[in-house]
Design a protein around this ligand. Structure first.
Ligand code: SAM
Length: 220
């Protein structure tokens, strides 16, 4: 393992805004903040998640823009969330947390209806049929998100994958969910929401030659 990664892992342990719950505790429903995230943030403001956040650009930027909302970036890669956590500490943002855990265990981290909104930013499309169970927008994942979301909450998807965009439209329609917006090329469409166009993630910058799509749908 690279020295830089090890240095980041070590530094992660000293960050108050970065939590690394033990898998065993999660599986056995022993995670102390489940249903009590207002204790962590010290307020009852809405909580918005960024799933597969990588370096956490959306978590960081939305938290800076909306101080009366709380933002949690989740990813399994510790060396990536280090960046979001470090930047948030530098900017003294109190409405941010990063969580290193498997998204599959998200209902062990949050209680029913504890979350107000979800962003998925450039998730791996997992195009191969054999990889479909890892696709973060398959029916099972959407059902999992529904468990922790309040009624009428939004799920946002920003991606460079036409496949994933179309697939997710199909999933939402098939589950009877309301598609609020669907945009096939956000940078040449005046109606794209500002939060979709004003923040660029690490992966988005890597694929800047491709069309970027955005959609959001409502969990009822
Ligand atoms: C393609 S990257 C995108 C990262 C970031 N959102 C961006 O746009 O730069 C996908 C991220 O999702 C994370 N990820 C994928 N599946 C996951 C899972 N089941 N649980 C936790 N993290 C996951 C990966 O570790 C990776 O950092």
């Amino acid at each position: 393992m690279g020295g830089n990664k090890l240095k980041r892992f070590k530094e992660n342990l000293s960050f108050d805004n970065l939590l690394q719950p033990n898998r065993e505790d999660l599986v056995n429903d022993k995670f102390k903040l489940k249903g009590k995230w207002s204790n962590f943030f010290k307020n009852d403001n809405p909580i918005i998640l960024e799933l597969g956040c990588g370096k956490g650009e959306y978590t960081f930027s939305l938290a800076s823009k909306y101080p009366n909302q709380n933002f949690i970036g989740i990813d399994i890669k510790g060396a990536r969330i280090w960046k979001g956590a470090k930047d948030s500490i530098s900017e003294n943002l109190k409405n941010v947390c990063f969580l290193r855990c498997q998204i599959e265990l998200i209902d062990k981290v949050f209680d029913v209806g504890e979350i107000s909104e979800i962003w998925l930013t450039f998730p791996d499309p997992q195009i191969k049929f054999q990889r479909r169970k890892h696709r973060l927008l398959n029916t099972n994942f959407v059902k999992l998100y529904k468990k922790i979301l309040k009624k009428n909450s939004l799920i946002h998807l920003k991606t460079d994958s036409e496949f994933l965009h179309g697939y997710t439209l199909g999933i939402a329609e098939g589950m009877g969910l309301e598609i609020v917006k669907s945009n096939h090329d956000i940078y040449s469409n005046r109606n794209a929401p500002t939060d979709a166009i004003n923040i660029q993630t690490f992966y988005e910058k890597k694929f800047s030659d491709k069309k970027i799509t955005y959609m959001c749908f409502k969990i009822m």
